[in-house]
Design a binder for this molecule. Structure first.
Ligand code: F6R
Length: 638
């Protein structure tokens, strides 16, 4: 459906198709998308300045707009963009939180934007979360009036919750709703739990602008990044308008653009199954494989059992015309998957490697397994790690962050009390015990407590790596500085992080690098860690030893690759699955009460086993051998 966009249109492409009901543009990264959005905001502000008018912005909090705000700050600092003619109205605030609470949206907005620009304090409007219940109704009415009296919102920025909420308009919200107090959905509170150190501390209520308030904005931009948002984005863009997914109301707004990155776009029909939209680039071999794989699941058949009729009846006749013959296509695709399977992740010595994922030479390889937290290595590729060691490769582990914030106070107290049992006078431990016992909500750990938590994770990792046969001198704790804030929110990575990473790569001169390409972790740490490695690879690319270095991405703790992405599949025997489980269980501080669970309630060893078993099942369903479990890898060409 063609929408006439009356405001500045951000650059990019939007392919019209019969599935999509909301104008959307996907960018290769959140940064690229955020730059486009900030540029549009800045143009609106300047256009208003030129007319001597105030610019009214509706603003959102959450992780999605942070990079837009960073860019706006940069435009202010480097290019003199002034916010003196800007009035802002924030969408929402948790009910019951003081302004100064570190989790209040008041704090968020000041930390992430207002403290760094020249907006006049009197022009900032954020719902007050600290009202008596009997004041709320009148307060909300006044908030609405203030928006209208200011001239109405020129541009409203939105994020989207996994419930499909915009602002805090949860499923069930009425299209005519206005600013009001609402009860938060369980999923919304669950997603906010890490920042509040547990779901019990997340407020149950909030004040939010209503759907009607949002829809009366002249221009709306909704942001969504990452795989976690891909399902809800598909529903919002392709689904029917439905109060169960409040974002779908935006389909009735004529000047809305959804800005997403490729991951958030990945569930849209035109991306996921482009042959259905009738706009498919069959030149890409991977698309052909995806289509065949899709046909297998649709027909419930393995590759070699697909018939000409299956292709024709399911809209893939075009593919058959291109390929000539369904059976040759089946064989080609079967071989493609079969060639990904290897029990020799470091290459099989003295064997032809023409059809194997890895090179046979050198037969002894130096490998670095980069692990964002001190346990992703075993959770995500414990079986492959075990094989690499037993097949004689020199395996180094590089733990990128200390992982200290994921150790609970209870766990730390256990170690402190053991020390005090041995010597009850140990002053430093008495102090740590006191710190934990008198800790206030949201209090950041002292450096000493963080050191203890870092040490706990270090010792757990060493126990696991010793179990898998790695000497301690091949285990490297990088403790990248960007992570060391003591808070969920991390610093921006900078050259210090890259230099540390460059140093380990240049010392080991690896033939193989394994890195976590698992971008769905709840705090974005994996994404940052991966970007740091990519930056190092970029900087070291010209070094002669890098010519022989292959990079393999693994996933596992939070998400898994799709079959069509796989370039190496390493099967595991039942025995290896048990060894992997044991290695994961050495990470005791991450067991039972996992502090940052993400969307998945299961413990890590269980998630890993389930994912690896499911991957094996997928291979079996395509008609390949029936393995107990498989770990999957994708090659990264730098
Ligand atoms: C924030 C807000 C919420 C968030 C949404 C997405 O002011 O109203 O609707 O935009 O929960 O949050 P993130 O961006 O953290 O995924």
């Amino acid at each position: 459906m063609k929408k006439s966009l009356t405001s500045f249109i951000v650059p990019g492409t939007f392919e019209e198709n019969r599935f999509e009901k909301l104008h959307n543009i996907s960018f290769e990264s959140p940064i690229a998308g955020s730059i486009a959005v900030a540029d549009e905001i800045s143009k609106i502000i300047q256009a208003k300045q030129n007319k001597n008018e105030m610019c009214i912005l509706g603003l959102a909090t959450g992780s999605s707009p942070i990079s837009v705000y960073k860019r706006l700050i940069k435009l202010h600092q480097d290019e003199g963009l002034s916010f003196k003619n800007v009035i802002t109205f924030n969408l929402d605030e948790y009910f019951g939180l003081e302004k100064m609470d570190i989790n209040s949206y008041y704090q968020f907005m000041h930390d992430n934007l207002f403290n760094h620009i020249d907006i006049l304090p009197e022009n900032i409007n954020i719902p007050n979360g600290k009202l008596n219940t009997n004041q709320v109704l009148n307060y909300c009415k006044k908030y609405e009036e203030k928006i209208i009296n200011s001239g109405g919102i020129d541009l409203q920025l939105l994020g989207i919750g996994r419930t499909g909420h915009i602002g805090f308009n949860e499923p069930g919200s009425n299209v005519n709703s206005q600013t009001r107090i609402v009860t938060l959905d369980h999923l919304t509170r669950f997603d906010a739990a890490p920042a509040f150190n547990g779901i019990d501390n997340v407020p149950r209520k909030a004040i939010t602008m209503g759907i009607k308030t949002i829809l009366s904005a002249n221009r709306i931009i909704l942001l969504a990044w990452g795989t976690n948002k891909s399902e809800i984005i598909q529903k919002a863009i392709e689904g029917e308008i439905n109060s169960n997914i409040p974002t779908t109301y935006l389909q009735n707004h004529k000047n809305t653009t959804v800005i997403i990155d490729d991951q958030a776009a990945s569930n849209l029909t035109r991306i996921k199954t482009p042959w259905i939209t009738g706009n498919c680039n069959w030149k890409n071999d991977n698309i052909r494989f995806r289509a065949v794989h899709w046909l297998c699941s649709k027909t419930n058949k393995s590759i070699l059992k697909l018939t000409e009729e299956d292709y024709n009846l399911n809209g893939l006749s075009e593919l058959l015309i291109l390929e000539g013959n369904y059976y040759d296509l089946n064989i080609k695709m079967f071989n493609k998957v079969q060639n990904t399977i290897t029990g020799w992740p470091g290459g099989k010595p003295n064997a032809s490697d023409q059809k194997r994922p890895e090179r046979a030479h050198p037969s002894k390889k130096q490998c670095i397994i980069f692990s964002p937290h001190p346990d992703d290595d075993v959770i995500s590729m414990g079986g492959t790690f075990d094989r690499l060691v037993s097949q004689g490769h020199e395996v180094h582990l590089a733990y990128q962050t200390s992982g200290n914030i994921a150790v609970s106070d209870e766990e730390a107290l256990k170690y402190i009390e053991v020390m005090l049992d041995l010597d009850s006078e140990l002053k430093s431990y008495l102090l740590l015990k006191k710190e934990i016992l008198s800790k206030k909500k949201n209090q950041i750990d002292s450096i000493s407590l963080r050191k203890l938590k870092t040490a706990i994770r270090k010792r757990e990792s060493l126990a696991a790596s010793r179990y898998l046969g790695i000497p301690d001198n091949q285990v490297h704790f990088l403790n990248l500085p960007f992570y060391e804030t003591g808070k969920i929110q991390k610093n921006n990575p900078d050259e210090k992080d890259t230099l540390i990473t460059n140093d380990i790569i240049s010392r080991i001169k690896p033939h193989q690098i394994y890195a976590a390409g698992d971008l769905a972790d709840p705090h974005g740490t994996h994404r940052i860690c991966l970007n740091i490695i990519f930056e190092s690879l970029r900087q070291l690319k010209k070094e002669s030893y890098m010519k022989n270095c292959w990079v393999w991405l693994y996933r596992g703790a939070w998400q898994e690759f799709e079959i069509h992405e796989i370039e190496m599949a390493v099967p595991m025997s039942p025995d290896q699955v048990m060894r992997k489980r044991k290695a994961i269980l050495y990470h005791q501080s991450q067991k039972d009460v996992v502090m940052f669970q993400g969307n998945d309630n299961r413990e890590f060893w269980l998630r890993a086993e389930e994912r690896n078993r499911r991957s094996a099942e997928k291979y079996k369903n395509l008609g390949l051998a029936d393995y107990q479990a498989i770990e999957l890898f994708k090659k990264y060409n730098f």
